[in-house]
Design a protein around this ligand. Structure first.
Ligand code: FAD
Length: 431
């Protein structure tokens, strides 16, 4: 059986599901397909190992899609403060107050209720699936991946692994960093694997749910604390958090081999002293990290969004926020095309999307690389530069608020100083 749609979205992660909902709300007939079964939520279960810091900009977008209340109804942790500091030791370390190289942003200073929320990826995805399913023009097909895409002059035919066939004017690849759709479209990538890997550790700690998320930068990579929710009546007085430990692949491999007690001791010793006392390690996973950019965002009747188009260093937690910006841009461009009576996959339509999103995505990649190079380094001038940088950000409320507004997704232009720094770093190519 072949079903016809305006648009088929392959991959219903956070980005694909958001796009399906938004396009459905605009009245497009959309098929949203994912090879995984529909996500489920169990309030008693341990948290998803993958969590994201969603900016205020992403929150507004999820609200506009009708997904935010579903997310809040499951669980999301607001953070009202965000702190960053340098943990590199140098000869004067003991003489300087600990706050000298620390910058902290607070919602109160920005007259905001919070800076953002930490949300488990599966919760965001599920909130979006519920919103998508509520749209009459969206058809959700879970549990079967894409096996082929064929194109004719006026449509594309998507074949699923269960042999079902769907036709559409446009196929959107939102199937993540290892995108099959991208391969099927014959689109290559430029890729730089970072020396560091990220280990994510779900923990319980003694104390109340914290309202701060922080990141301490060591020469071997950052170590971050993302607060989650109360551990409930089974563990009175305890809360949950997600820790991220960036380090060399050898060090991450060593940490992964440790038993829970030994790993907990290493974390308690290796993390900044702001880490509350841990009581239990619930789960852990490690991820290689890479900067990857599709050489083009579209080919024929196929267009890419989210991680299928780009991945960035996750150290500032901006990956999905960028994907949501892609989704909003593509939705606007497609709405415009329909109004003009143009083919949704017309070259000028898809070029308009790429013209808007490629430079913005690239700027963020470069900014993340700037942070990575600046902090993963013990060279004295860089050490000085980053402390001056953090000192400046701390001392100048204007600069600090500017950076915070950007990190919150209120402004979408990088602060000029970071743009200039990114542009001067060696080894950053044109992609
Ligand atoms: C260690 C780490 C920490 C991160 N922390 C943050 C953070 O704090 N904040 C942030 O914004 N971002 C963060 N990110 C990045 C963020 O996770 C990604 O940017 C985001 O998940 C991308 O969403 P997506 O929907 O594009 O892709 P994905 O989440 O990868 O979703 C792809 C979907 O496509 C489906 N799929 C795959 N192949 C097929 C197929 N052949 N057929 C059908 N369906 C298919 C999959 O089942 C999946 O549902 C982090 C990433 C890493 C590695």
């Amino acid at each position: 059986m072949t079903q016809a749609f305006d648009i088929v979205i392959v991959g219903a992660g956070m980005v694909g599901a958001a796009l399906a909902t938004g396009l459905g709300r605009e009245g497009f007939s959309v098929a949203m397909i994912d090879r995984a079964p529909a996500p489920t939520f169990d309030p008693e279960a341990e948290p998803d190992i993958r969590v994201s810091a969603l900016s205020a900009g992403s929150e507004r977008y999820l609200q506009s899609l009708g997904a935010w209340n579903h997310i809040l109804g499951m669980r999301a942790t607001p953070y009202r403060r965000l702190a960053v500091w340098d943990e590199t030791r140098h000869p004067l370390s003991n003489l300087l107050p600990r706050t000298s190289n620390r910058v902290e942003f607070s919602a109160a200073e920005l007259n905001a209720a919070h800076l953002g929320h930490i949300v488990e990826n599966s919760v965001t995805q599920q909130g979006l699936w519920q919103a998508a399913e509520a749209e009459p023009s969206v058809t959700v097909l879970a549990g079967s991946g894409v096996s082929g895409i064929a194109e004719t002059v006026d449509h594309a035919t998507v074949t699923l692994e269960n042999n079902r066939q769907l036709t559409a004017a446009l196929v959107i690849g939102a199937d993540g960093a290892q995108s099959r759709v991208r391969d099927m479209a014959g689109i290559g990538v430029t890729r730089n694997q970072y020396a560091q890997q990220a280990m994510i550790i779900s923990v319980r700690y003694r104390g109340q749910v914290q309202d701060i998320t922080w990141q301490g930068f060591y020469p071997s990579g950052p170590r971050a604390f993302l607060p989650l929710y109360s551990a409930g009546s089974d563990y009175p007085g305890e809360s949950r958090a997600s820790l991220v430990w960036y380090d060399s692949s050898q060090e991450i491999a060593r940490l992964k081999r440790l038993g829970s007690d030994a790993l907990m001791a290493e974390i308690q010793q290796g993390f900044p002293k702001e880490l509350p006392p841990l009581t239990h390690i619930e789960s852990r996973a490690s991820f290689p990290i890479a900067r990857q950019h599709a050489k083009q965002y579209s080919a024929g009747r196929i267009v890419l969004t989210g991680d299928a188009a780009h991945t960035i260093n996750p150290l500032a937690g901006q990956g999905v926020n960028l994907g949501f910006q892609d989704a909003q841009c593509l939705q606007n461009v497609l709405k415009e095309a329909r109004r003009a009576g143009t083919d949704l996959a017309g070259p000028s339509v898809l070029a308009r999307y790429e013209q808007q999103r490629r430079p913005a995505n690239r700027r963020m990649m470069l900014a993340m690389d700037a942070f990575y190079h600046l902090f993963s380094n013990q060279t004295p001038p860089l050490h000085l530069l980053r402390n001056v940088g953090l000192g400046t950000a701390r001392a100048l409320p204007f600069a600090r608020n500017y950076v915070a507004r950007y990190a919150m997704g209120i402004d979408d232009e990088l602060p000029a100083v970071i743009r200039q720094l990114a542009a001067r770093l060696p080894g950053l190519n044109q992609h």
